[in-house]
Design a protein around this ligand. Sequence first.
Ligand code: PPS
Ligand code: MG
Length: 317
Amino acid sequence: MKTYLTIALQAVEQAAKICQQVQAQLVEEDSLTKKDRSPVTVADFASQAIICKRLKEAFPEIDIVGEEDAQSLRQDENREVLNKIGQFLPDWSVDQILDSIDLGNGEPGALFWTLDPIDGTKGFLRKDQYAIALALLKDGQPVLGVLGCPNLPFNGQADRGTLMYAIKGEGAFTLPLGGGEAKQVHVSDNDPEDVVRFLESVEAGHANHSLQGRLMAHFGDRAKAVRFDSQVKYAVLARADADVYLRLPNSEKPDYREKIWDHAAGALIVQEAGGTVTDMFGKPLEFNHGKKLMANRGLVVTNGKLHQKIIELLNRG
Ligand SMILES: Nc1ncnc2c1ncn2[C@@H]1O[C@H](COP(=O)(O)OS(=O)(=O)O)[C@@H](OP(=O)(O)O)[C@H]1O
Ligand SMILES: [Mg+2]
């Protein structure tokens, strides 16, 4: 598993660097007001290309299930986007870029990678939180997870991003993006009688803020809520900076099912840090139903001590 980890960390680090460069150069005020999504598109594709190329060089036999594919980029009208990607991957040919992105067109099987090249696209555009999320799944369970969080300060140092990783059965660890010593992380020790720090999505459409607010109200003044984009929420909880992450289904999108790449890495990291991850009914996540968590609805992620209480509050009828 150590070889998988080394390559996965290198790949995510490399992708994070490119994402930072794209964010610094392309996400300008005018593109934001024009609602131009091209910066995030450029970074998304470049990130997937880099990670897929690295993984396939090292592990040619393992499929990669990535969020993106190059189909739209192959059309002439998107030539400009492709050229922009090329600016950030200067030694790559156009075909190399397209083919590397499409290495992520694999299918879930007994052993496969799943990749979200930029999770939290809205956060990326706001120059706020986003994550590069990579997980290895074996027999329907994440066994290795890496989260690159370029805008999440490491140890309070605003100029350093955060990397987190976990191997099943071996704990969860953090180190600064760009290198440094890895330190084990543990979830908080807070119980239902303490202050409870809740995490939820920034985007109202990705969760049910009103239901989550009602649940938090049960804890009165002891409830503190923070909104973060992306799987950064899992990283924050794993390092004990929060106690509960709620992701209840949005009532306007009752048929939405969570994507595996949005949760595999983060869920393993929280579990290995001592926390608990289930759906809103207390059922463990099942990663063996293709690209979506078809057997689960909503998510409840806690430090463990708060889990039963939250599930009870949600399901008391
Ligand atoms: N309806 C609905 N319900 C739940 N989740 C959804 C929904 N729609 C989208 N998505 C996925 O949410 C991913 C973004 O993560 P977050 O919601 O945690 O962050 S944020 O609210 O966007 O800030 C986002 O991932 P990215 O597309 O990689 O950013 C989506 O896969
Ligand atoms: Mg995502």
